[in-house]
Design a protein around this ligand. Structure first.
Ligand code: NAI
Length: 246
């Protein structure tokens, strides 16, 4: 018996990194998982891992910045698994650079995926979950929402995700739907591995526990928030960061 037996979840950006860690954890707790990503090869490989471990999942191509693909993702998931309980909005990108040198394109691309894409997903989740009067929305922001060097676009998008989620929490509470934000600190994924060795060391030095977290650390929190054990927890900003403050 898993904590999420009988539940159906969508996880975006689940082909690798945090999203994959979250999808694996939800599936191991018994949820049926729609593994959504723009890179199908990775989504397929995540689904294979889940199935090999005895879980249930299927891969869906979905770019969250495209409204028609978001709509199709929800439709396909409900068609495949018959219901929907949890939506984890994890897909996100970065295009770092100092503010005075940041191009319009790098600003717009990050806002389009991280904020507008998360809005499309959260709005569709709200429409469906409020009708059934149950469900959990879990949005992945970042400690950077408080501001971070070289991340004006990313920080603004992640601060937007906080405001969006806390508003969803207020609006959906009466319908018994929860909405919470997870702010991961510094987690070992392809995104963070792409930084310089010097940057990696600098980030790790900010973590009181002294090491980077893993996708499973974030997956554990997502599984709890998706479970009935968390049904009275909403509108919270939860940091999974090894004690990192900013
Ligand atoms: P990653 O780059 O390793 O993985 C991101 C996944 O999202 C990839 O599979 C990618 O194909 C997919 N993706 C990208 N754009 C997409 C789109 N438009 N639609 C659907 N899928 C898309 O990144 P990582 O590190 O796993 O990050 C996942 C989330 O966690 C992001 O929102 C990121 O901002 C956030 N985060 C990560 C931290 C870290 O230390 N790794 C820290 C704080 C937040």
């Amino acid at each position: 018996m898993g904590r999420l037996d009988g539940k159906v979840a969508i996880v975006t950006g689940a082909g690798r990194g945090l999203g994959k860690g979250i999808a694996l954890k939800l599936a191991m707790e018994g949820a049926k998982v729609a593994v959504a990503d723009v890179v199908m090869e990775n989504a397929d490989s995540c689904v294979r891992e889940i199935k090999q471990a005895g879980g249930s999942a299927f891969a869906v191509p979905a770019n969250i910045a495209k409204l028609d693909e978001v709509n199709r993702l929800f439709e396909t998931t409900v068609k495949e698994f018959g219901r929907l309980d949890t939506v984890v909005n994890n897909a996100g990108i970065n295009r770092d650079g100092m503010l005075h040198k940041m191009s319009d394109e790098n600003w717009e691309t990050v806002i389009a995926v991280n904020l507008t894409g998360t809005f499309y997903m959260t709005r569709e989740a709200a429409k469906r979950l409020r009708e059934q009067k149950s469900g959990a929305i879990i949005n992945i922001s970042s400690m950077s929402w408080k501001g971070n060097l070289g991340q004006a676009n990313y920080a603004a998008s992640k601060a937007g995700v906080v405001g969006l989620t806390l508003t969803a929490a207020r609006e959906l509470a009466r319908n018994h739907v929860t909405a919470n934000v997870i702010c991961p600190g510094f987690i070992d994924t392809d995104m963070t591995r792409s930084m310089s060795e010097e940057g990696w060391k600098m980030m790790v030095s900010k973590v009181p526990m002294g090491f980077a977290g893993t996708p499973a650390d974030v997956g554990n929190m997502a599984a709890f928030l998706a479970s009935d054990e968390a049904s009275y927890i909403t509108g919270q900003i939860i940091e999974v960061s090894g004690g990192m403050v900013i």
